[in-house]
Design a protein around this ligand. Structure first.
Ligand SMILES: Nc1ncnc2c1ncn2[C@@H]1O[C@H](COP(=O)(O)OP(=O)(O)OP(=O)(O)O)[C@@H](O)[C@H]1O
Ligand SMILES: [Zn+2]
Length: 622
């Protein structure tokens, strides 16, 4: 390919960039400096202070503004002649449909979550537009090219699922600090500040009928005459004192474990400290995300490990500040690692619990990393990955498909290489996304409802947003804005019906057709009845089998009835696989600092995959 035709291909190209964060900023800069003339950018976020260290197109004064728009303005300052169209929106919005995608020559992803990546993959397949996918975690990174009919699609191979923990470990028997963080974040924080009606296993049921202390959900309700300090003290004693007493009452649990020690406020903080803690100063109101309990308590170093008394003061103060300064947020909050008060609250709560269970306490800095599942981003990795995306995009635009590579950016050299190019893999012939291979759903058709299947399988595992479900020629479920009222009522009724009792019964041997029109994705589920499921191993109470031998996991970080998952990582679901010395390896890229701590005995970050596993068998393109 001569350089003129290359320049011409670049000049003519119309490119869609999804994500204007760490990778996106680098990518936009590299695109325009490489001569690209027309770039559309979708990003749903606004700029946060924590982005500024690496998302170099943004400045302090831009905090709160649209990433896509500010990125455009910043780049136009040094290359004013370029056409850049920003969209401050979610790529899953209906406006970005197949027709929208068709106008582009190539789509470049700089996303941070599996859900959006899967959605873009499906639209690229439907629109037949090549996709260059990317991701980074710390020093690790990856760029892959997905071209319909030529390579595998993004979903041809299952993605690693974030670590989940059995609920009983989180609620009753934590043994690691991360268990306490998950409890503080996904149970306590969610119960106090999120949707109160949501089922949650925060309170341990006591099996001792005569027990006079029975924490209940009502405890969370704040009485009209209860001041924030009283309320915070009550919550403290219930969650760290009575709740652990209730857990201790289940004697079987402690036969082979050391018993935790309930923590009551009166034992930790003398009365005068509590009173001191209750004094609010008036000059503390800054913006919501920066509000902090630490300055009130003379604490300034996030890397210092607070003792139990300090953690208790932070807990009380943070809870009081939420009640007094952020009352409007209560009921709608989800944990956000950029929310200082939320991080302080979770750190303190996790530490107080850790202390009861004899687990070493951690600093706010460490707890934040674990709670946000953060592997600290490395700007240089993003820059390298952005460069590789542009290199692959140019090959795609020149139709130089045989030279396309998927490239891994490694932390340690392998065969003296830090950048490891691998030929793209062939499509998995039984991928339910890019082929029409049916999936198998093993389910108890006599106890599971249609809602279970829609929520746990069709939305959660298959990643469909607006699914339609058909049994033969009968439509049993559909969502959309243009439905008749009668239909909506009918579908709502169907959702709560047991599968076998549906108007068109779903039993062993039934084939369900599920379809998401927006993603132009259709697949078939062969239903097989089974009576029993293992609560720990099959927490959904049903198993989806299909294009791999194993059960399908979507890598989503949702908490289910039986599992509590750690939050998502910046590069959730990115799979890094290389062939090194004839071995197929996967870089474990979704590590929490705790995992890293746990994995310290490994030589490096490479985790060997079972070399004979069918699941990981891939075929090279020739
Ligand atoms: N569904 C989506 N639609 C549009 N943009 C998305 C979607 N999902 C994620 N993004 C964008 O992808 C970008 C990913 O960037 P990055 O990984 O640097 O994350 P970040 O949120 O900027 O940083 P961090 O998570 O480390 O604070 C973000 O700007 C985010 O808004
Ligand atoms: Zn596929």
């Amino acid at each position: 390919m001569d350089s003129d035709s290359k320049a011409e291909a670049i000049k003519r190209a119309k490119v869609l960039m999804v994500g204007a964060g760490g990778i996106g900023c680098e990518l936009l800069k590299t695109l325009v400096l490489s001569g690209f003339q027309e770039v559309h950018i979708i990003d749903m976020d606004t700029i946060e202070v924590s982005n500024l260290n690496r998302q170099f197109l943004f400045r302090q004064s831009h905090v709160g503004q649209s990433k896509a728009k500010v990125a455009r303005d910043a780049v136009l300052k040094f290359v004013p002649q370029i056409k850049i169209t920003p969209y401050h929106a979610n790529v899953k919005d209906p406006d970005f449909n197949v027709e929208f995608f068709k106008q582009f020559n190539v789509v470049l992803n700089g996303l941070d979550n599996l859900d959006a990546r899967r959605h873009v993959n499906r639209l690229c397949l439907a629109a037949e537009v090549p996709l260059v996918e990317s991701g980074t975690t710390g020093f690790l990174g990856q760029v892959t090219v997905h071209i319909k009919g030529r390579t595998e699609c993004y979903e041809c191979q299952p993605k690693p699922t974030p670590k989940t923990y059995p609920v009983c470990t989180i609620t009753s028997t934590p043994s690691k600090f991360i268990h306490c963080v998950v409890w503080a974040k996904d149970l306590l924080f969610a119960k106090l500040f999120g949707d109160k009606n949501q089922e949650n296993d925060l309170f341990v049921p006591s099996n001792n009928a005569s027990d006079s202390v029975k924490p209940t959900d009502n405890i969370i309700e704040r009485g009209s005459d209860e001041d924030p300090e009283q309320y915070s003290r009550k919550i403290y004693d219930y969650v760290f004192g009575y709740n652990i007493q209730a857990a201790l009452a289940n004697e079987e649990t402690w036969k082979n474990r050391s018993q935790p020690k309930p923590t009551f406020l009166r034992d930790v903080l003398p009365e005068k400290d509590i009173l001191h803690n209750g004094i609010l100063e008036s000059n503390c109101l800054i913006d919501d995300l920066s509000l902090s309990a630490m300055p009130f308590l003379g604490l300034s170093n996030p890397q210092e490990v607070w003792n139990l008394a300090e953690n208790s003061r932070v807990f009380l103060k943070a809870l009081q500040l939420f009640l007094e300064k952020r009352e409007k947020d209560i009921g709608n909050l989800t944990f956000d690692k950029d929310d200082q008060l939320a991080v302080e609250f979770v750190t303190a709560a996790a530490n107080i619990r850790a202390s009861s269970f004899g687990i070493p306490l951690h600093s706010l800095f460490d707890a934040k990393g674990i709670a946000g599942n953060i592997v600290h981003a490395v700007a240089t990795t993003n820059a390298i990955i952005a460069g590789l995306i542009v290199i692959e995009a140019i090959k795609v635009l020149q139709a130089d498909f045989q030279n396309c590579r998927m490239t891994y950016c490694l932390e340690h050299p392998s065969r003296k290489m830090l950048l490891m190019p691998v030929e793209p893999y062939e499509a998995n012939k039984s991928c339910y996304v890019c082929s029409e291979t049916p999936l198998l759903l093993v389910v108890n058709t006599r106890t599971s409802t249609l809602r279970d299947v829609v929520e746990k399988i069709i939305k959660n595992k298959l990643g469909m947003n607006l699914p339609m479900v058909m049994q033969g020629t009968t439509l049993i479920y559909e969502v959309g804005d243009d439905l008749e009222e009668d239909d909506v009522a009918n579908y709502a009724l169907n959702l709560d019906k047991i599968l076998a009792d549906l108007p068109a019964p779903v039993t062993s041997g039934t084939i369900l057709t599920v379809e998401d029109f927006r993603q132009e994705l259709k697949c078939h589920l062969n239903i097989k009845h089974r009576d029993d499921f293992d609560e720990e191993k099959e927490p959904d109470g049903m198993v989806l089998l299909g294009w791999t031998d194993g059960a399908i996991s979507n890598g989503q970080s949702t908490s289910t009835d039986h599992q509590v998952a750690v939050g998502s990582t910046e590069s959730e679901g990115i799979k890094v696989a290389t062939e090194v010395s004839g071995m197929k390896r996967e870089l474990n890229n979704s590590k929490t600092p705790q995992d890293v701590e746990d994995d310290n005995d490994e030589d490096d970050d490479l985790v060997l995959l079972d070399n004979h596993s069918e699941t990981n068998k891939k075929q090279r393109l020739h």
